[in-house]
Write a protein of this length. Sequence first.
Length: 163
Amino acid sequence: MDAIEAIKTRRSVRVFQPKPIPKEILEDLIDCARLAPTARGVEPWEFIVVTDPDTRKWIAAKTYFGPFIADAAACVAVLCRETKYYLEDGCAATENILIAARAHGLGSCWVAGDKKPYAPEICQKLGAPPGYRLISLVALGYPAENPQKAKRPLSQVLHWERF
């Protein structure tokens, strides 16, 4: 699948098949994440791939909108050192994971991390050193659903020269 098709067909998947993801694919997703654009070349990110079912269940129970993390094959915690543009950098890396997952035939869903009350506890549980922020949690797995939520058409969001 090419990049344009992956971007245009990616949707949030919250129901997964009980099938593990090969380590090589997970490594490729993180490789794509680390190649994201980063302000001033800082690359403040670190990525924790969680495949342990008990840890995924614990994470799912802590989040507000991520109960499906428990049933995903993996969850990637995207963390960034506290730098001036940590949030932008971490979000760019997260988006790369989502697109790469789609290209590999995986489903994914972004669960918020930054500024959530559960973020410090998840960082601690995952052994993150002080000074790191949880940017996102990405549930990953082979999809057991095919969401088709329509997006706003280009004609409603594109403006030329002025709003």
